[in-house]
Design a protein around this ligand. Structure first.
Ligand code: DGL
Length: 273
């Protein structure tokens, strides 16, 4: 089916999921929208995140997407069920795939989750993990400094290391913990720093791979996989600084970004979805 797949995030974080999608489903065309101007979503109230998410969704629906990937944990925690109920295309979030991947990796059933304030407060990971196995122990930690650091392109070096060290201190050395979920799609961009800080005995899990697997299963089941003869040109849109977006995308994606544009999202009256 020659319709694109839509991918949304508050900023550049969803590129970590887009990369996995492009690897596992290379014949698909993707339209990525990052709300970089209003990033971070993590500290914002639930209603605001929902409104912004719907604005992104409306933008992509006009581009005739066949599937929506909510490549943002905060938006997944607050809006996934609503989106799944309201839209007539498949909608996939990143929390359940992340939880599944962590469960298959954890031997001791003792799993840490790092994420935005919104994601951790929502307890969405805890619920998803315990729904699969109620005996799992979950330790959540909100990490507000990490998203602004990544959006500002501070991805390596002493400053990045120091911020990661300070932020992860409450989880470091926790007895019994053997797995850590990167519960924010921005964090895989600094996975090496997190792994170095937590130590090699901790399995660091990102949800991208498992999310892409879920997308691929659903498309195959619905017989709506794409059949482009040549690699399609993906489209990227950002509501904020295009050059910052390009610099992270160029470092992160396997292919150069060919089409990247600045967009304005239309505010919607609160009664309209
Ligand atoms: N990348 C997002 C997430 O997975 C959002 C980060 C933010 O905007 O605070 O939660």
């Amino acid at each position: 089916m020659q319709q694109p797949i839509g991918v949304i995030d508050s900023g550049v974080g969803g590129l970590t999921v887009a990369r996995e999608l492009m690897r596992q489903l290379p014949k698909e065309k993707y339209i990525y929208l990052g709300d970089t101007r209003r990033c971070p979503y993590g500290p914002r109230p639930k209603e605001e995140v929902k409104r912004y998410t719907w604005e992104m969704v409306h933008y992509l629906l006009e581009k005739n997407i066949k599937m929506l990937i909510v490549a943002c944990n905060t938006a997944t925690a607050y809006t996934l069920t609503e989106l799944q109920n309201e839209l007539d295309i498949p909608v996939i979030g990143v929390i359940e795939p992340g939880a599944r991947a962590a469960i298959s990796s954890s031997q001791r059933k003792n799993i840490g989750v790092i994420g935005t304030e919104g994601t951790i407060q929502s307890k969405a990971y805890s619920k998803a993990l315990k729904e699969i196995d109620s005996s799992i122990l979950v330790e959540g930690l909100a990490c507000p400094p990490l998203v602004p650091m990544i959006e500002n392109g501070i991805l390596h070096g002493e400053e990045a290391k120091a911020i990661v060290k300070r932020t992860l201190a409450p989880l470091k050395g926790k007895q019994g913990l053997d797995t850590l979920i990167l519960g924010c799609t921005h964090y895989p961009i600094i996975k090496d720093l997190v792994q170095a800080e937590m130590g090699t005995h901790i399995q660091v899990i990102s949800s991208g791979e498992e999310t892409a697997r879920e997308a691929s299963l659903i498309l195959a089941y619905n017989k709506s996989l794409a059949k482009w003869e040549e690699s399609p040109v993906h489209e990227f849109y950002s509501t904020g600084d295009i050059e910052k977006f390009r610099s992270v995308a160029d470092q992160w994606l396997d292919h150069p970004v060919q089409l990247l544009e600045l967009v304005n999202l239309h505010p919607m009256p609160s009664s309209v979805k």
